[in-house]
Design a protein around this ligand. Structure first.
Ligand code: C2E
Ligand code: MG
Ligand code: MG
Length: 728
């Protein structure tokens, strides 16, 4: 039988069985309950493995139903041997356990991990009010009816236990986001069961026999059948989705409960007083209920408070303490060292594998750090991919351990990731010293990243000055952006045979009024960090296209523009480039974009593919200094390799350097890529490059970067080299 539709067969079989069960001999009736309860128990056991959700609620259900099956089987045996127990027996006690377990399962099911107590407290509030209602509306009148309260029979306990179940279900409905079919089946089961138990109770106290009226037997069959069907039903709500009594439904429920309690008590008091029937229990019970409800509400509030404190001081993803917790600790003025750790290039993981993979990586890193750091030191997550350690021990040794433990590959969703981290270290000397510790540690962290990542840097006061300079630079650059302090110079790129200026590279220049020119290496990194590179890069691009358009018309010259990774991450980068081309009249084929190797590993290359289809070419700048694998180059949207000038530095004197250049040139040719050698300073280098088959060269030997008007003059003259020394 198809498992998915098994629940239907249970109901189809259960209904006729319910109709006829009362006419079966008692032993057969009990056997029927036992079989149905057993089926439900088995199904719940399966769910402990297959879910949904965590196993605990399913286990409680399975145990509860197993207890029910056991009791019915025992009864069946008792009937077979003709010795049914009379009055309260062990079997009843086990039955009571069934109710308790099922009610707990329902409470726990709707709550997330760790909030089971809150669920039970909430259900308890509902239950106690239910007990009060049941007492005044049903049991009190029955008991007061003379002659009814004969034997102290267990029969009374069952309807009260049903109230427990009903209340658990009512509360469940109040907190669920979505009511699933299985929830409805459970509700039906519980309602049917409480009708059956009540009918049984009434009939027993009116002097009936054990088996009670047929309605009870039918109800018990339906109870187990409905419950088992609910467990097997495919539309089971995912557990833990209940919002622990928030939302309007829960609000209405609890307000109603709080109001109903005194109203019912008052009405009952007044009625009983008028009838002169008020006895001790009538007073003690409602007061006990009020006390119990009060205690449960306090428990519930305490849970909420506990949770809020946890949320405020903990990071949900890793379970580690968070930044607020660290700040509290720092305020306590510890002695020791503070380490701030940031994963290198974490953004690539997030972008290329998705956020769930990023989260999984962070969890694994947190686990590794937990193992490394040990219990005595404080470990927390400050947010994003930033962690912190507050240790009383020695710094260098801890840094080495942390860096080492990160370096071994981490398996995330089937990918083997090679992760490294950078660490900023800040010793803490006492109370007054702790205040700025986090900021200082961050500065040291930046320094570690700047120095090449995968290392630790200890904070020094000079870093503060460096940071100050950075901030000043960014502010001044922002102001300079709209002025002619920022301009572009161009350096020729020359074909090696025959010598001809094929292209010019646009290089940004900053001439602050009255000061020395600031080289790009001094402000481009700060512009990248601050995001200012986006408007700056656009400005250079537009200026370069405008300058190059007439050069291209007259001499066929191309222009190459440096593009920072930050610019490629802008969603409208391709549009910015197209607009610059359109406005300047430069054809796409005359534009080359220079990017660094690192970019090629990230997801930021979609723009490049798009622009290449328009005819724009892409060059890899400073090739050989990054970490792209050579095999990788084949699949990338690139046209040109610019061999970093470090390869030329010792060439042609050193044979090894020459061999490396030759290898790159040969590989590039086999991949259909053109080569440009950077940093050609001498005629000897130029000759060697020609011999090695390199296509083009760029460097002081052919000309330094120069303003646009000089380039116009150079292109007009036929001879290469030489431009004069760079000047404004
Ligand atoms: P790059 O893209 O590798 O540019 C080549 C650098 O080498 C330029 O430095 C150039 O002046 C220098 N150079 C050229 N020939 C020689 C030579 O024969 N010997 C030596 N030693 N150096 C030579 P520059 O202009 O200081 O630019 C430095 C870096 O700043 C550039 O390296 C590039 O990465 C970045 N940059 C410059 N302009 C821009 C821009 O507009 N946007 C972006 N994102 N980055 C830029
Ligand atoms: Mg460049
Ligand atoms: Mg370069």
């Amino acid at each position: 039988m198809e498992v998915k539709v098994a629940w239907r067969w249970l109901l189809i079989g259960g209904l006729p069985l319910a109709a006829v069960v009362a006419w079966l001999p008692p032993a057969a009736q009990e056997a029927a309950y036992a079989v149905l309860a057993g089926i439900g128990s088995g199904a719940a056991f399966v769910r402990t493995r297959s879910g949904p959700g965590r196993p605990l609620p399913w286990l409680l259900l399975a145990l509860g139903l197993a207890a029910g099956a056991l009791c019915s089987a025992a009864w069946s045996v008792c009937f077979l041997i003709g010795a049914p127990p009379s009055g309260f027996s062990v079997i009843d006690a086990v039955y009571f356990t069934m109710y308790g377990l099922i009610a707990s399962a329902i409470c726990v099911h709707s709550n997330g991990r760790g909030s089971a107590l809150a669920g039970i407290a909430e259900a308890g509030v509902v239950t106690f009010t239910g007990v009060l209602l049941g007492w005044f509306l049903l049991y009190d009148p029955l008991i007061n009816d003379p002659g009814n309260w004969g034997t102290a029979d267990a029969a009374l306990a069952y309807p009260l236990l049903d109230l427990l179940l009903i209340c658990a279900v009512v509360r469940l409905f109040a907190v669920l986001d979505r009511i699933a079919t299985a929830n409805v089946l459970v509700l039906c089961a519980v309602v049917v069961q409480s009708i059956a138990d009540t009918v049984y109770f009434v009939s027993v106290h009116q002097g009936g026999t054990w088996s009670g009226p047929g309605a009870s037997a039918a109800g018990w069959v339906l109870f187990f059948a409905l419950l088992a069907a609910a467990i097997m039903h495919p539309d089971v709500p995912e557990p833990g989705r209940g919002r622990a009594a928030s939302g309007w439904r829960a609000g209405v429920l609890y307000t109603a409960l709080v109001v109903v309690n005194p109203i019912v008590t008052a009405v009952a008091f007044l009625t009983d007083i008028r009838r002169r029937e008020l006895d001790t229990l009538d007073v003690v019970l409602p007061m006990a209920v009020v006390a119990a409800v009060g205690v449960l509400l306090v428990v519930r509030l305490a849970y909420t408070q506990h949770r809020l404190v946890r949320l405020a001081l903990r990071d949900e993803l890793t379970g580690l303490p968070n930044r607020v917790d660290l700040e509290l600790r720092l305020a306590g003025a510890p002695l020791g060292i503070l380490l701030v750790l940031d994963l290198d290039d974490f953004k690539h993981v997030n972008d290329s594998l998705g956020h769930p993979a990023g989260d999984a990586l962070l969890s694994s890193v947190a686990d590794r750090l937990r193992d490394t750091v040990g219990g005595r030191d404080w470990l927390g997550r400050l947010g994003g991919d930033e962690f912190a350690i507050l240790s009383a021990g020695a710094g260098t040794e801890l840094c080495d351990r942390v860096l080492a433990v990160l370096r071994s590959p981490i398996e995330v969703q089937g990918h083997r990731l090679h992760v490294t981290g950078s660490i900023g270290v800040r010793p803490i000397l006492g109370a007054a010293d702790a205040a700025g510790a986090l900021v200082d540690a961050d500065l040291a962290l930046y320094a570690a990243k700047d120095a090449g990542k995968d290392r630790a840097v200890v904070f020094e006061a000079t870093l503060r000055d460096a940071q100050q300079r950075r901030v000043t630079t960014v502010n001044r650059l922002r102001a300079a952006l709209g002025t002619d302090e920022i301009t572009v110079h161009y350096q020729p790129i020359v074909s090696l045979s025959p010598g001809r200026v094929e292209a010019v590279e646009a290089l940004v220049r900053w001439f602050p009024p009255g000061g020395d020119p600031i080289p790009p290496d001094a402000f481009v990194p700060a512009a990248e960090d601050s995001g200012l590179i986006v408007p700056l890069g656009e400005r250079v691009l537009r200026e370069a296209c405008t300058a190059a358009a007439p050069w291209h018309r007259r001499h066929g010259t191309s222009v190459t523009v440096n593009v920072s990774p930050r610019q490629l991450r802008e969603p409208d980068f391709a549009d910015v480039v197209r607009r610059a081309l359109l406005d300047s009249g430069l054809p796409a084929a005359a534009l080359i974009l220079e990017i660094t190797e690192g970019v090629l590993i990230g997801p930021d290359i979609t723009h490049l593919g798009e622009l290449r289809r328009d005819g724009v070419r892409v060059a890899v700048d400073d090739f050989g200094t990054g970490y792209s694998s050579l095999a990788y180059l084949r699949d990338l949207p690139i046209d040109i390799l610019k061999i970093d000038r470090s390869f030329l530095r010792s060439a042609p004197g050193e044979p090894g350097a020459q061999a490396l250049i030759k290898a790159i040139v040969d590989m590039a040719r086999s991949l259909g890529l053109a080569t440009v050698a950077e940093g050609v300073e001498t005629a000897a280098q130029a000759g060697m490059l020609r011999d090695l088959g390199c296509d083009k060269g760029q460097g002081w030997h052919y000309g330094r970067p120069a303003p646009a008007d000089r380039v116009t003059a150079l292109l007009g003259a036929a001879v290469v080299p030489g431009l004069p020394v760079e000047s404004r």
